[in-house]
Design a protein around this ligand. Structure first.
Ligand SMILES: [Cu+2]
Length: 139
């Protein structure tokens, strides 16, 4: 009988480990989307498809010789970013990165709802120059 005693704590420990690993992190790989930003005012690629509720890692590289940024938001948010940039303010509530030439930075983001969003660069003239990517979020 006594030799059964250790089994219960061990199984509890294993359960605790599995739980602390976090949902989805053990089995499935997180999708990584590598994005290049260029002085041609383009994101490459400039269209992404992600799943709602799935955490995505964006790995953004500035391959240009001027500053670029990758900011996620709907059209209204992009308009706000553009306005904020023209006012000379930094974006306080941005989702994304602003990079100097040659820099690479990653961030993780979970898209909660199906729909469409944009990623834009709001260095002066860039967004109007077409530096925008589309993000399609599927159910
Ligand atoms: Cu740019």
């Amino acid at each position: 009988m006594a030799r059964w005693v250790p089994i219960l704590p061990l199984s509890l420990l294993l359960a605790a480990c599995a739980g602390s690993d976090g949902a989805g992190s053990s089995g499935e790989e997180m999708q990584t989307i590598a994005v290049s930003m260029t002085d041609e005012l383009r994101f490459e690629p400039d269209a992404f498809t992600v799943s709602a509720g799935e955490m995505v890692r964006f790995e953004v590289t500035n391959d240009g010789e001027s500053a670029h940024e990758f900011l996620i938001g709907d059209e209204a948010a992009q308009a706000e970013f553009e306005e904020a940039m023209q006012g000379g303010m930094d974006h306080e509530t941005k989702v994304g990165v602003s990079l100097d030439p040659g820099q690479t930075e990653s961030f993780e983001y979970t898209f909660d709802e199906a729909g469409n969003l944009l990623a834009g660069c709001h260095e002066p003239g860039h967004y109007d120059g077409g530096m925008v990517a589309t993000i399609t979020i599927t159910d």
